[in-house]
Structures are given as structure tokens and as C-alpha cells.
Design a protein around this ligand. Sequence first.
Ligand code: ZN
Length: 88
Amino acid sequence: MSAAKKEKPEFPQPRTKLIDGVPHIFINYVSSCSGCHETNEGYEIYQNGKPIYAYDEKNRIFLGSGCHECGYTGKRRHRFWMPENPEY
Ligand SMILES: [Zn+2]
């Protein structure tokens, strides 16, 4: 009988890497699509007391009406590397 090796559960670590010797973290988030989601000076537009765009509970954003930029989902995923310490 071989004793089953218990592996520690792995927690997702923020992905990091060095770019030009500076530690960067991987940013990955979803936002409203700028192509089909309009705001009034940055505020949601309401009509008859209701926001005109559907709200996405999971990502806590309002979804655009859909366009070719976002593949008609109303939201965009952003992925980029950012310096871990903004002081750099
Ligand atoms: Zn769009």
C-alpha cells in the first residue's frame, strides 16, 4: 500500500514578474464597454428612475448595449502588467 501524499491546497497567487528590474503585477478586470456604454459625465444614465443599461452583478458594472468592439457582450476584459509599487 502506498501512502497517498497529501498535497497542500494551492491558493491563487497574484502573478508577478520583473519588467526592467521592476516588479509588476498582472491586472485582470472587467469593465463596461466604452464603445456601447455611455455615461453622463461619468454617471449612469437613468430613465424613469431606472438605469438604461443592464447591471452585471458578478462584475459590479453596467453593461453596454453591445457593439462589435466587445463582441456584443457590453463589457470588456482588461489584462495588463502594472508596477507593483506605483512609486517607481
Ligand atoms: Zn461594446
